[in-house]
Design a binder for this molecule. Structure first.
Ligand SMILES: [Zn+2]
Length: 258
């Protein structure tokens, strides 16, 4: 995929929470590790952090999921296209969990279908595992803040303010150094993130659990559905290249099942 010229694409729209993020980054010394999946939300977060932090450390963590090659390729494309010198090259670390998760899913695998609700995407222990690696990565690199791109309405038990404050205490207890967990998008919907970050090369991001040759499936997973709905609600043409033609859905009246 060609990477478009991007010098005019770095400006962000104002978004609620950006001032608080700037203050948090400043009080953490200007450096931040960002848990980056290559998805739209975490790539937008990299773009936002690049405007406020002295150094942004994008970190991709492999747990053994089949979509990770497509995700990390997208993340690398996005960071290259962003072309901001304070965003450091993408780093990968690995914490294999697939065998445990296969037991959890009873060998059926993990692929929520196009019409399934958000709860079907729960991966047990995900934020605990990711934050453990990201925080240790921050620790050894002299960074005291880790950011992740949780959105409003996240229903999972490891995505609550209490969970993150408890994790901060646990980390400080175990490593005798403070860590700040930043979740600046928790007041935003995905369509609000898209509006704020429209100028970024969002078409290079990847959020599909059924990618085909590195492209979004378009019609067979609820991450593609979520993406299509968010662009529709944002009122912005979806720039994503889908392998298969997305189903016709009236997203304005659509409701996810519980
Ligand atoms: Zn998909």
């Amino acid at each position: 995929m060609d990477i478009p010229a991007n010098s005019h694409r770095r400006n962000l729209q104002a978004w609620p929470g950006e001032d608080e993020l700037g203050e948090a980054i400043a009080s953490s010394g200007g450096k931040v590790v960002v848990l980056a999946s290559g998805g739209l939300d975490s790539c937008a977060l990299i773009g936002c952090l690049a405007h406020t932090a002295a150094e942004v450390f994008p970190l991709f963590i492999r747990n053994g999921h089949p979509w990770e090659d497509a995700e990390v390729a997208a993340l690398r494309r996005f960071v290259k296209a962003l072309a901001m010198s304070n965003v450091l090259p993408v780093q990968e670390r690995s914490l294999p969990l697939r065998d445990l998760l296969d037991v959890h899913w009873h060998g059926s695998g993990y692929q929520p279908g196009f019409t399934e609700g958000y709860r079907a995407n729960f991966i047990p222990g995900r934020n605990l595992a990711l934050l453990a690696v990201a925080s240790l990565y921050a620790y050894v690199n002299g960074v005291t803040a880790v950011a992740l791109a949780l959105l409003a309405g996240n229903p999972y038990p490891d995505a609550t303010p209490h969970f993150f404050s408890t994790f901060e205490k646990l980390f400080a207890e175990g490593l005798e150094r403070p860590i700040r967990i930043l979740t600046p998008f928790t007041g935003l919907s995905k369509e609000e993130v898209i509006r704020a970050a429209e100028a970024l090369p969002l078409e290079l991001t990847m959020s599909c659990v059924n990618p085909i040759d590195g492209e979004h499936c378009g019609d067979a997973c609820n991450k593609c559905a979520e993406r299509q709905k968010a662009f529709a609600l944002a009122g912005i043409a979806d720039p994503t290249a889908y392998r298969n033609t997305p189903p016709q859905v009236n997203w304005k009246t659509h409701k996810w099942p519980d």
